[in-house]
Design a protein around this ligand. Sequence first.
Ligand code: AMP
Ligand code: MN
Ligand code: MN
Ligand code: MN
Length: 300
Amino acid sequence: MPMSALPVHFEGQALAIDLHMHSTASDGALPPAEVVALCRARGLTHMALTDHDTMAGIAEAQAAARREGIRLLPGTELSTQWRGINIHVVGLLPQGPRGALIDGLASQAEARDRRACHIAARLEKIGLADALAKAREQAGSSRPLGRPDFARALVAAGVVPDIASAFKTYLGNGKPGDIKALWPYLATAVAWILEAGGVAVLAHPLRHGLTRRKRGLLLDDFAAAGGQAAELVSGFQNADVTRDLARQLQARGLYGSVGSDFHFPGGHLAPGSMSPVPRTATPPVWTHPRLAEVAAPALA
Ligand code: AMP
Ligand code: MN
Ligand code: MN
Ligand code: MN
């Protein structure tokens, strides 16, 4: 598969765009301005910064985007729960955080702090002493902690050989460090995004190990809550799988989004790296009326 697929050809439109990326405002490795500079260097003209449960990196990113002449759409990736599963919802927010989303982001930060205490307690039981302090040290700043910080702490302490094993044994779906109960319900997070004038995008619907039927139920509930789009392509995926997902989106009138879910350089995903979008009848999310400004040409 190609390392990058720029520009994205999506229903007759060609745009060098990536609508899902992380910075040091959450669990990404690069400061917001460096993510923007890397996007520019890779030839992107349009991007969204979508840090987990925060928009703290947007001001820095927006200033950098103006300097670099790249169009930046403010965003965030909200942690939610649906039927006992941790589901992520990307909010594309041309007007920034407003209304209930402002309190929503504050409560997400609190939920993250409380969750970190629970995760730490569970990891201490399996032998990681001072787990909270060790995760904080890995984070290297005062931002809310995420599971990757605990994963790195487990590796540093020699409990597991690598990050993948940390998730597989202790932090992944259904493992002791996977605590979902503190997150809002899917529909609540969608409502925050809608009220802020944004577009709610179901993140990486193929990455939860759901059957096609159960993914359909998720999309039903998401659309019923007012969600407008889902990521049709997230990173690298098989074209047949994408076409099948496109059918599920069309059946519910959902727009399609695209993103790399970039977190750090040197991995297999860089800004803008994702599989090509096959021909489908799914409209690109940037043609949604609420995002009309986004597809305008990049600033000179
Ligand atoms: P959190 O937002 O704190 O619940 O942590 C979830 C984050 O952990 C995801 O956004 C990924 O960045 C990372 N993650 C999840 N699963 C894995 C995995 N198997 N290996 C490496 N990182 C992962
Ligand atoms: Mn992440
Ligand atoms: Mn995610
Ligand atoms: Mn993400």
